[in-house]
Design a protein around this ligand. Structure first.
Ligand code: PGA
Length: 245
C-alpha cells in the first residue's frame, strides 16, 4: 500500500515563507504527500502545491457548519479555500485547548457530512503510559470519535497514532511498542467496522520523526505513513523525506 507523508506546520511560517517553501519542494508525482498548514495560507498554498501533487489541509475546524462562533472556522470554509483534509483531535488541541473525545467526535461527524477528509489523531500521555493505561485510553478515543459512523463513511480518512510524550520531545517508542498500539487500534476498529477494514486501514505514526529515524519507521509494514511536525518545517529535510517515501 502507498505510504503517506504529512507535514504538520502547526503555528509556523508567514505567507511568503510558506510560498517559498512550496517553490523549493520536489514534484511528488504519484506519492501521497500532504501539508497541514495554518488557515491563512490555505488558499494560495493549495494552488501552488497542486502543481507538485502535494495536498494541503488544515489543522483544526469547528464542529458546526456556521453560526455565532467568533474566531472559529468551518469545514465548508476550509474546502472553499482548497483544503483537502483536516487534522482532528491533535494532541495539542486535546491538551492545550482541552478538546474532549466528544468534541472531537462532533468534528469527525461534521467533516464526514461536509465531505472533508480527516486525519484523526490519537495518543496517550506519559502518565497514562506509566500507569499502563495507553491501550484503554486510545481505544476510547477511537470508539468515541467513530461512534456515529458506518464503514461507508471511513473511505479516504486516516488515523494517526501520536503518543503525547513523543511529540516534540525527541523520544520515539520502539517499533515493537508502535506495533502493539496499532494492533490495539485495529482490534477496536474490528469491533466498530468489518475485520477487512480493521486489517487494512492505514494507521500513521507521529512524534519526533526526523531524517535520522525516518527510514526505519517508514519501512515498518504496520506503519501506513508518518505525521511529521518540527522536521517538516525545513523544505530540504521534507524533500529528503519525500525521496525516501
Ligand atoms: P513532532 O510533531 O514531529 O515535532 O514531534 C508531530 C506532531 O505533532 O504532529
Amino acid at each position: 500500500m502507498k505510504k503517506i507523508l504529512i507535514g504538520n506546520w502547526k503555528m509556523h511560517k508567514k505567507r511568503a515563507e510558506a510560498l517559498s517553501y512550496c517553490a523549493s519542494l520536489n514534484y511528488v508525482g504519484e506519492k501521497d504527500v500532504r501539508i497541514a498548514a495554518p488557515y491563512t495560507h490555505l488558499l494560495e498554498l493549495s494552488q501552488a502545491a497542486e502543481r507538485l501533487g502535494v495536498k494541503v489541509g488544515a489543522q483544526n475546524m469547528h464542529a458546526f457548519s456556521e453560526g455565532a462562533f467568533t474566531g472559529e472556522i468551518s469545514a465548508g470554509m476550509l474546502k472553499d479555500v482548497g483544503a483537502q483534509f483536516v487534522l482532528l483531535g491533535h494532541s495539542e488541541r486535546r491538551h492545550l485547548f482541552h478538546e474532549t473525545n466528544e468534541e472531537v467526535a462532533k468534528k469527525v461527524e461534521r467533516a464526514v457530512v461536509e465531505g472533508l477528509k480527516f486525519v484523526l489523531c490519537v495518543g496517550e500521555t506519559l502518565e497514562e503510559r506509566d500507569l499502563g493505561k495507553e491501550e484503554g485510553v486510545i481505544q476510547e478515543q477511537i470508539e468515541t470519535a467513530f461512534s456515529s459512523l458506518g464503514e461507508e463513511h471511513m473511505k479516504g480518512n486516516l488515523i494517526a497514532y501520536e503518543p503525547v510524550w513523543a511529540i516534540g520531545s525527541g523520544r520515539v517508542p520502539n517499533l515493537l511498542e508502535i506495533r502493539r498500539v496499532h494492533q490495539s487500534i485495529r482490534e477496536r476498529l474490528g469491533v466498530l467496522f468489518s475485520g477487512e477494514f480493521a486489517r487494512t486501514c492505514p494507521i500513521l505514526y507521529g512524534g519526533s520523526v526526523t531524517l535520522g529515524n525516518f527510514e526505519e519507521l517508514i519501512n515498518e509494514t504496520e506503519i501506513g505513513g508518518l505525521l511529521v511536525g518540527g522536521a517538516s518545517l525545513d523544505p530540504n529535510q521534507f524533500n529528503e523525506m519525500i525521496d525516501l517515501l
